[in-house]
Structures are given as C-alpha cells and as structure tokens.
Design a protein around this ligand. Structure first.
Ligand SMILES: Nc1ncnc2c1ncn2[C@@H]1O[C@H](COP(=O)(O)OP(=O)(O)O)[C@@H](O)[C@H]1O
Ligand SMILES: [Mg+2]
Length: 247
C-alpha cells in the first residue's frame, strides 16, 4: 500500500527594517489563503518582540509557541482560531519568555504542523540577527516586505543577500505603503537597486490604522478595497488557487 504524507509549506515573512508591515502582511495573507479554501496557520515568529496578537485582540493565551519550545505542550495545543477564521499560534508576551527561546526544539515540534495545515506563515523578526537565521533554517520560502524609502531599501538589499547565503528561495518582494509622491522611491528605482522585481504593491491606506484599532484584519473589514485584492493576488500566487470560497 502506498502512503502519501501531505507536507505543509513554510513561508516566512521578513524585512530588513522593523515597522514596515510584516505582521500586517502575514495576517492578511494568512486570511486570504484561508478564504481561498486552503488551510493556513500563522505563527508569531518574532520571538523576542512578539506582536502578532496585538493586531488581533487578545493578549493572554494559555499555551504559546514558547511553551511548545519548552516541550510543555504539543504544538496542536497552541493553535487558536480568531473570530475571522484565521488560525494563529501566539507567542508569550512576558519579558521572561526571552529565556524560553529554544530553536532546536521548535524545529522538532513544527514537524507536527504537517498534519494540521497546508501553509504555515511565520511572522518573522526584522534584521539579520540570530532569530532571522534560525527562522531561515526552518522555512521553505521567504517573502520580503519593504516600504518605498531609503532605509527600508538598504536593509532589504542586505536581507536579500542574507537569505541567498542561507540557500533559501525568495518567493517575492512585497512593497507596502505604496503611494505616488515625489519624495517616495519609485518601484522601478527599487527594482533596479535590488536587481529583483517587486511582486506586488500594497497601497498606503489609512484604514490599516482602523483595522489595527478594531483588532481585525484589513481583509476581513474591507474585502473589496485594493489592498485586499493585492493580498488575494499574493495568496493565489502562493497557493495556485483562483477565487475566494464563498463564506
Ligand atoms: N498598506 C499600508 N498602509 C498604511 N499603513 C500600513 C500598511 N501596511 C501596514 N501599515 C501600518 O504600518 C504599521 C506597521 O505595520 P506592522 O505590520 O506592525 O509592521 P512590522 O510587523 O514590520 O513591524 C502598522 O501601524 C500598520 O497598520
Ligand atoms: Mg510585527
């Protein structure tokens, strides 16, 4: 008898610079993939300064990714469902949790996710430090997020080199907070400097602040606005799916 084991794809969302939209991108992509009818789980992988759940509401969870790393619970116990249908694995927000980071164990426990989902989206940490290096070891592909400004661009260039040195595939570069202004970098300038195309551009939109205030992903609140359409496009590219499944 032939037994096939379905493998989940691990995609880590990274940026060279902090505050460019990693968490926003991870959450909205996770929800877009879910609404396309695929299984997705979003993990807070920004282990030293977690903030996935600050975008989604609750701050306390009985079991977190830090507990899983400590071997206190199987990873299945750390999966929670947001009211929008998004499945997440939160991190421990306490300062003590810094001592509980054990990447070797994490790698081991993440194996069980292959039984739970098709896609694992990891909200990564910014920069080229130890955490990013560990995340690269456990991921299949990387999505790089940047903003149209010089600091973000220079850091993205360094990150691309870092990811390549780790032998990982970059599935795309997403530019967030895109707006046409004389003082903003143009997409062509960014592409020329990076030597890579920008996969998608998410427009700058003040409603992202509202979605943060409502602790509800933009895509759920404003499904027909342009940024949601862009997130659906990225989700379609990652999954090969075509249309959202009707709720
Ligand atoms: N397309 C966008 N337009 C306007 N604001 C955005 C957009 N994407 C993200 N933001 C805002 O940028 C800020 C930083 O985003 P966040 O996802 O927390 O960044 P990171 O995880 O990289 O630190 C948040 O206030 C978020 O609402
Ligand atoms: Mg973040």
């Amino acid at each position: 008898m032939l037994i096939t084991v379905k493998m989940a794809k691990f995609i880590t969302v990274l940026s060279g610079k902090g505050g460019v939209g990693k968490t926003t991108t991870t959450i909205n992509l996770g929800l877009a993939i879910t609404r396309l009818g695929c299984q997705a789980i979003v993990i807070d992988g920004n282990l030293s300064s977690p903030n996935l759940t600050s975008h989604l509401g609750a701050s306390y969870f009985p079991v977190t990714i830090h507990d899983v790393m400590q071997g206190l619970h199987p990873i299945q116990n750390s999966v929670y469902e947001h009211h929008t249908g998004l499945r997440i694995i939160p991190a421990d927000l306490s300062i003590e949790s810094m001592k509980l980071i054990n990447f070797e164990k994490l790698r081991e426990h993440l194996q069980d996710l292959h039984l739970l989902t098709e896609y694992v989206l990891i909200d990564g940490s910014p920069g080229l430090g130890r955490e990013t290096a560990h995340l690269l070891n456990i991921t299949d592909e990387v999505l790089i997020v940047l903003n149209p400004d010089h600091a973000s661009l220079l850091d993205a260039k360094r990150l691309i080199e870092f990811v390549k040195k780790h032998g990982k595939t970059i599935s795309g570069i997403i530019m967030t907070r895109h707006k046409k202004r004389s003082y903003k970098l143009r997409p062509e300038e960014i592409e020329r400097f990076l030597g890579m195309p920008i996969l998608h551009k998410v427009p700058d939109d003040v409603r992202f602040e509202k979605s943060l205030h409502k602790k509800t992903p933009y895509l759920h609140l404003y499904p027909s606005k342009k940024p949601s359409k862009v997130y659906y496009e990225v989700a379609k590219m990652l999954t090969g799916r075509v249309e959202p499944v009707k709720a």
